[in-house]
Design a protein. Structure first.
Length: 77
């Protein structure tokens, strides 16, 4: 069995977390500089980002399972 699909999934999670951390830092700079009118846009952004991350976790997990069920790996159908 190859660990390449699992490593790709873990790297994808890392990219998501890193990008979220980076964008949250930018958001904090904007809030500190008081360049915003209300917080509703940032709340919506956090909901969308969290939703995308959950979709990636579920969809990526299903894709990972499908990768191991293919014939190129041992135990594939």
């Amino acid at each position: 069995m190859s660990a390449v699909p699992v490593l790709g999934y873990i790297i994808g999670i890392g990219i998501f977390v890193g990008a979220g951390w980076f964008l949250n830092g930018i958001k904090e700079l904007i809030v500190d500089a008081a360049m915003h009118q209300n917080n509703a846009v940032f709340t919506l952004f956090q909901y969308v980002w969290t939703g995308c991350f959950i979709i990636f976790l579920i969809g990526g997990g299903l894709y990972l399972i499908r990768q191991y069920s293919e014939k190129r790996y041992m135990g594939g159908i």
